[in-house]
Design a protein. Structure first.
Length: 156
């Protein structure tokens, strides 16, 4: 039963940036602003983000759970610290990009987020390979998001 609750807590923690991001997602004035931006031709429809992000947050939660439940005697503090930092940066991006409507600041945040996510993936991989592999789709999506954000900065 303890492992089940650890799993649930890990998944809930991984969804926190998404919950914060929903506060700033395109609705009302932010929606008008976002829709007026010139975007890449590769920008997906809104529903794609609504499908992809929960999957990515779930994968992050599973990866976190694998680290939490790992029985090795290796220290996990670095992995936990990196997870927390990348979660904070993930939430910060939504605030900068949508909340403050600062795509350039969002892009800088995204570059830092990508760097921390790669570092986190390596730390997770060292503790448990499967946990590291679960971070890869998130990193791929962040690279795509960085492209989309870059195009918005360039075209606007």
């Amino acid at each position: 039963m303890k492992k089940f609750f650890q799993f649930i807590i890990a998944v809930i923690i991984s969804f926190i940036p998404g919950a914060i991001g929903m506060i700033y997602s395109p609705t009302g004035p932010s929606d008008v602003w976002y829709n007026a931006l010139n975007k890449s031709l590769l920008t997906p429809d809104g529903w794609v983000f609504a499908v992809v992000w929960p999957i990515l947050y779930l994968l992050l939660g599973i990866a976190l759970y694998l680290i939490i439940s790992d029985k090795t005697r290796q220290t996990k503090s670095k992995a936990y610290w990196l997870f927390a930092v990348q979660m904070g940066l993930n939430a910060l991006w939504s605030y900068l990009f949508f909340g403050l409507q600062l795509p350039s600041a969002g892009l800088i945040c995204l570059v830092i987020l990508l760097a921390f996510s790669i570092w986190m993936m390596r730390a997770f991989y060292q503790l448990r390979k499967s946990a590291g592999y679960l971070i890869v789709p998130y990193i791929v999506w962040l690279v795509f998001a960085m492209y989309l954000n870059s195009v918005i900065v360039y075209l606007n």
